[in-house]
Design a protein around this ligand. Sequence first.
Ligand SMILES: [Zn+2]
Length: 79
Amino acid sequence: MIAAVVKRTCPICRRSAASRDENPYFPFCSERCKLVDLGNWLGEAYRVPAEPLGDGELQVGDGELSVRDDDGDDRSGGE
Ligand SMILES: [Zn+2]
């Protein structure tokens, strides 16, 4: 019987990655690629809002966090 050795390639750099047993960064080839992938994930997370925002219902009081609408302008209610 032949043990099925599936050759894995790192999804980031496409180089061959060691198996899960000997590679703590599986399915990536190295820590670096794992971090790159994590960075990609975070980038996506920031791009996609976690929950739908009502228009104008969100109030940011302290001014530490600035949230911009799509229009970006402050002309609310004006002509
Ligand atoms: Zn890699």
